[in-house]
Design a protein around this ligand. Structure first.
Ligand SMILES: Nc1ncnc2c1ncn2[C@@H]1O[C@H](COP(=O)(O)OP(=O)(O)OP(=O)(O)O)[C@@H](O)[C@H]1O
Ligand SMILES: [Mg+2]
Length: 395
């Protein structure tokens, strides 16, 4: 077997170009997808066949969720126009990914392969694209800019992992490609969702959110993902500094009850101070999690006033610090979130983990709340860049 190209091609762009050349030499027309095109990187045509190619530049093996995400895309309305999809990578396919490939029958649209110096070899030797001549073809590559979110409070158990995963889910429901990165050495996120989580979409096929360990994260590993959400360890120093520095937005979950406010006032102040040591530009949002609506207007008023009071000082000093009005957006306390992950305990062999987004009696509080949060961030919080607009400055 020829050696892997990963070390030779030090970045995604060079590798993609190499793959395009190999396919071109085998007699296919190759087009590069638009820079922000989710789902595929190249389009290949020969006769009346048209295929989508996903190119993965990875330090390690392909994981099952990475394959599932491409398979989901091929099943979507957008992907249906392709006769097949090639998933071409640098190094190889991990055990679960190979098991998945073996589970597909011969009618699958998925073709999985590794690109070497002179050829592309299918996992079961199915594809063999040869050719060694040089070609003058050059391809312009412009990776899409990613928007980084951190979810961080310097306190344990406030719902960082819960919020990170479900905010990712809410963005995925809105059609964004999202990657989750577990920065916490405790790896709670990975314990709950493994290396990926499938989000069914009532209107379409759904999508798989890829989950990366902080140590394995590289921008090129999730090239088509526009949104990256990092679940942090409550101890700031345990999170990689380079990633904290990349945050455009940081969500700070807290609780809104009298004891919570008293305890957390200082915690939020400490959280902001810690983040600012590393990152001075991120917009910071305090969001109330685990909220039990007091029902009485008077109680709500008192809580809200105390909430605003506790953080007034920080808002004065830090213009990019914001408290989200809990009456507009909060994450309600729910059994669904509390028991999220139960299905893993019940069915440890289920390769597709899920979020607490199932409808009960036609509704789902976590789904509504996280869509609200995603929407709030997108519309009110200057996240225009998500939709290719200018970033709007907040007051
Ligand atoms: N809105 C909610 N409703 C009900 N339970 C919740 C809610 N949010 C979080 N929880 C529960 O609170 C606990 C702590 O949540 P989570 O693990 O997300 O917090 P964390 O801040 O990531 O903790 P750590 O600091 O240990 O990483 C979990 O048992 C979770 O199920
Ligand atoms: Mg956590």
């Amino acid at each position: 077997m020829p050696s892997s190209l990963q070390s030779e091609y030090m970045n995604y762009a060079e590798f993609e170009q190499h793959v395009a050349k190999l396919i071109h030499k085998a007699g296919w027309t190759v087009e590069t997808a638009k820079p922000n095109q989710p789902g595929h990187d190249l389009v290949v045509k020969k006769g009346n066949l048209i295929g989508a190619v996903q190119v993965k530049w990875l330090k390690g093996n392909v994981t099952a969720p990475q394959l599932l995400k491409f398979a989901d895309y091929l099943d979507s309305n957008e992907g249906k126009k392709f006769n097949f999809g090639w998933f071409i990578t640098t190094k190889g396919f991990g055990g679960p990914a190979l098991a998945l490939i073996r589970s597909w029958d011969k009618n699958t649209k998925m073709r999985c392969a590794i690109a070497y110096e002179n050829k592309i070899v299918g996992v079961h030797g199915v594809i063999e694209i040869g050719g060694t001549e040089d070609t003058e073809e050059t391809i312009k590559l412009d990776p899409p800019k990613k928007v980084y979110f951190g979810v961080f409070t310097c306190k344990g158990g406030v719902g960082k992992t819960t919020v990170a995963a479900h905010l990712a889910g809410a963005f995925a429901l809105q059609g964004f490609n999202v990657a989750l990165v577990d920065l916490d050495p405790e790896q709670n996120l990975q314990k709950l969702v493994g290396d990926g989580v499938f989000v069914p979409n009532p209107k379409g096929v759904g999508t798989t959110i890829q989950v990366f360990d902080g140590e394995d994260w590289h921008e090129d590993a999730a090239r088509d993902c526009k949104i990256v959400i990092c679940d942090c360890s409550p101890a700031l120093e345990r999170n990689p500094k380079e990633l904290i520095n990349k945050f455009d937005y940081c969500i700070i979950p807290t609780t809104l009850n009298p004891l919570g406010i008293n305890k957390h006032g200082k915690v939020i102040q400490g959280t902001v101070e810690e983040i600012r040591k590393i990152n001075q530009t991120a917009h910071l949002f305090v969001v109330v999690n685990n909220f039990k609506d007091p029902k009485s207007i008077k109680k709500m008023d008192i809580l809200k006033r105390t909430f605003a009071e506790a953080y007034k000082q920080i808002s004065r000093i830090d213009k990019k610090f914001h408290c989200i009005d809990p009456e507009k957006v909060c994450i309600r306390s729910s059994d669904q979130l509390y028991y999220w992950g139960m299905h893993i305990l019940e069915n440890p062999d289920n390769p597709r983990s899920e979020l607490a987004f199932n409808l009960i009696g036609g509704r789902c509080h976590p789904r509504e709340d996280f869509i609200n949060l995603a929407d709030y961030i997108e519309t009110n919080a200057g996240i225009g860049i998500l939709r290719e607009k200018e970033d709007i400055e907040l007051n």
